[in-house]
Design a protein around this ligand. Structure first.
Ligand code: SAH
Length: 460
């Protein structure tokens, strides 16, 4: 190791930042997380630093810099943006015997700042000694996923309960206690947002010396996003890592399942279009039965669980069975598809109404309801509509505004098989055929606002 990681004491200490530009602001942002006093030495400050100075969060000194400025400092950052000045200031700070970091000059650094994962008071510092910053960022992303946002609060709570545990329990029992706290029910309950319950569990355990309490069974209806594994939310990853059993759908990316604990049971309940491998009632019954065994269950659905995911039936059954249930939202495929096409879903002046609907309908009326809603300024995102494309095409081609309707189809959005095609309403079926789009796609139907939209009549 050419460098050695240490955590510097910051409370009540002084940090000096020399420079008033963006790089200096970056360092200030970092040090503002600590309890150090920050002095910024620079003739003038960029906006953010100026605001911080005005708010009294950093102290600004615009005068000439002397060695005295660096006396009694824990750390000095030099970031003037001028190589000559940086060198001279480094010499001045070194003469005062302090620890110096000169931005972008590793040869002039006593200390380098690591990548940080901040769950204060839990802090992870990652360094590669400058060999592989990209790797450091990848590790950081992994850690961000693995450590739930509330973990710091749980650690702080543990800190507050340490002396009470020390009074009642011997060293060995204490170790078992904290292992249980961070591995088991308290952490799971706390991560789910029930902080008071988690605190009560720990206090009861300290009082009784019994750390056997398990979190009861629960179900999380989790959105996996539209395709790419990195479009899943951090909360969804957390639930996957806590899960004992995962019931997942056909469109869920296998890489997403990789995010789960290795020993979690994975159950495929996928329904290929048309053939129902697992009837919905069976899935619902399994969720209830598995949670009743005390297991933590994830029901993983593509996109957002609340959009055409049959989540309502599952929710109702779980609530009816008194099983704690949580919805973890995901990026729905309409969002994923629009982004894949480089488009936005709504657009001021052109599209101000967005309709999410399904192209297949169990009771097929003459014209589906969405057709009536297709007034100027509306975009309809049709889910599960590829097989109804012929009907959609005929309907739209016969509309009075047919020549103003724009069609964009995004198939397998956010996956390696993604396709984006645009066409006229009449050409939709042939277009899908030509591109071999037979299944997973969103069909966007847009009727833009007319150029001259009549203003709202003033009410007399
Ligand atoms: N809950 C999901 C929708 C499930 S219904 C969500 O919020 O996205 C299944 C339909 O979603 C498919 O028929 C298709 O219309 C759409 N879909 C799912 N993944 C998609 C993707 N990657 N690209 C385009 N459409 C997708």
């Amino acid at each position: 190791m050419k460098t050695f990681p240490m955590f510097l004491q910051m409370a009540g200490r002084r940090v000096v930042i020399v420079g008033g530009g963006e790089q200096a602001a970056q360092k200030a942002r970092l040090i503002l997380k600590t309890e150090a006093r920050i002095d910024v030495l620079a003739p003038s400050l960029e906006e953010e630093l100026a605001d911080l100075a005005a708010a009294g969060r950093v102290h600004h000194d615009a005068g000439p810099i002397s060695a005295a400025h660096f006396a009694d400092t824990s750390l000095v950052f030099v970031a003037t943006g001028c190589a000559g000045a940086d060198g001279a200031l480094h010499a001045l700070a070194k003469a005062a015997g302090t620890t110096v970091n000169v931005v972008d000059r590793p040869d002039l650094c006593d200390a380098i700042t690591p990548s940080i994962v901040d769950r204060d008071p839990v802090v992870v510092a990652i360094g590669t000694e400058g060999t592989a910053p990209v790797l450091a960022r990848q590790i950081k992303t992994r850690m961000e996923q693995a450590l739930e946002p509330r973990l710091g609060d749980l650690a702080a709570l543990a800190g507050r309960l340490r002396s009470s545990a020390a009074q009642r329990l011997g060293p060995r029992a204490r170790r078992d206690l904290w292992r249980w706290v961070f591995n088991d029910a308290p952490r799971a309950v706390h991560a789910g947002g029930a902080e008071r319950e988690a605190a009560q569990l720990i206090k009861d355990a300290i009082r009784t010396g019994d750390f056997g309490a398990k979190a009861g069974g629960s179900v999380a209806l989790v959105g996996a996003g539209p395709g790419a594994a990195d479009l899943i939310t951090l909360r969804a990853v957390q639930r996957l890592q806590e899960a004992d059993v995962i019931f997942y759908d056909r469109l869920v990316d296998p890489e997403v399942l990789e995010l789960a604990r290795r020993d979690a049971e994975r159950v495929y309940v996928g329904k290929a279009p048309g053939c129902h491998a697992w009837p919905q009632e069976r899935i619902t019954a399994m969720l209830v039965a598995t949670a009743r065994q005390g297991k933590r269950v994830v029901r993983l659905k593509s996109g957002d669980p609340g959009v055409f995911g049959r989540a309502a039936e599952e929710l109702e059954a779980l609530k009816g069975a008194d099983i704690p249930v949580e919805i973890v939202p995901g990026v729905t495929s309409a969002s994923g598809a629009a982004a894949a096409a480089g488009e936005v879903l709504t657009e001021r002046g052109k599209v101000d109404t967005l309709v999410l609907t399904t192209g297949h309908s169990e009771i097929r009326p003459e014209a589906p309801e969405w057709f009536d809603r297709l007034v100027p300024g509306t975009r309809v995102a049709l889910y599960m509509a590829v097989r109804a494309a012929g009907d959609v095409s005929r309907l739209l081609a016969s509309a009075p505004q047919a020549d103003r309707i724009e069609i964009c189809v995004v198939a397998n959005a956010q996956t390696e098989h993604q396709q984006v095609v645009t066409c006229t309403p009449r050409a939709l079926p042939t277009c899908l055929e030509r591109h071999g789009i037979t299944d997973t796609a969103i069909i966007f139907v847009t009727l833009p606002k007319t150029a001259a939209v009549a203003p709202l009549k003033q009410i007399a």
